[in-house]
Design a protein around this ligand. Structure first.
Ligand SMILES: *Cc1c(COP(=O)(O)O)cnc(C)c1O
Length: 244
């Protein structure tokens, strides 16, 4: 079985090739390692292989893991960045504000206002992305594309947040072209905000898009940050297996 370091190198090779195919420079696309359900030792293995940015979906699991990594390797922990990529309920905003460097899933102003108010003065402003729902109905999380610009303008005004970009989790579709077309809708929302002339967009540079199965299509459509879990850490245990 491949090691985490070997899988990480394979993902980097996929990103390089996808950039080449799309005529984009290889450094145009960053890699977020999605470590949900994997433990602090797995994070350290990836960190020792050079990975610096990690994504977590479940807030309490993420907070516990951040502390565990720090206890195991305090110096290395200083160099790591933690991204919240899961849904943020109103009563959980404090965990994100106090422990994470990024939050990707802002889809309403109220969440952003709470994060800004709760961000500790001792920490740098929290980097945030607007989550956009390009393919779902009203039940799927994310702002509707036509509402994203107004939300971005309001979020960009909050003092303790830095609006960095947009994020989406499109439903899986078959085939490169179909994936790319869906991803291109997310990139179009990013471009519309970036060129809107709204204040507070000096660091608006991130399109968080693409996972293990579809990162090539996301890179072709203009992703700047792919979120890869199983491609680095291996298959995740199912919920039933996790419950033991
Ligand atoms: C789990 C997850 C990922 C990674 O998925 P893989 O298919 O394992 O690469 C990326 N983004 C989000 C929001 C996730 O929940």
């Amino acid at each position: 079985m491949a090691t985490i370091a070997e899988r990480l190198e394979h993902v980097h090779a996929r990103i390089r090739e996808a950039c080449h195919a799309a005529g984009r420079p290889p450094q145009a696309v960053g890699l977020l390692a999605v470590s949900k359900t994997f433990d602090a030792h797995a994070v350290l293995a990836a960190a020792q292989a050079g990975q610096r940015a990690f994504g977590e979906n479940y807030l309490q699991e993420g907070v516990d893991k951040i502390a565990a990594v720090r206890a195991l390797a305090p110096q290395l922990a200083d160099d790591l960045h933690w991204h919240c990529i899961g849904p943020i309920q109103s009563n959980k905003t404090r965990l994100v504000a106090e422990h994470f460097d990024w939050a990707h899933t802002i889809d309403r102003l109220k969440t952003a206002e709470r994060l800004s108010a709760q961000r500790p003065p001792s920490l740098a402003p929290l980097n945030v992305c607007i989550q956009v729902n390009v393919d779902g109905g009203a039940t799927k999380s994310g702002a509707a594309p036509q509402d994203a610009l107004a939300l971005a303008q309001a979020v960009a005004r909050l003092p303790r947040l830095v609006l960095r970009g947009v994020m989406a989790i499109p439903d899986p579709v078959e085939g490169f072209e179909a994936q790319r077309a869906l991803h291109a809708r997310v990139r179009a929302v990013f471009d519309a905000i970036a060129t809107s002339g709204a204040p507070g967009l000096a660091q608006f540079d991130t399109v968080s898009l693409g996972m293990t199965a579809d990162l090539e299509a996301a890179v072709a459509a203009g992703s700047t940050l792919v979120r890869v879990g199983s491609g680095i850490f291996g298959a995740r245990p199912t919920r039933a297996e996790l419950a033991g």
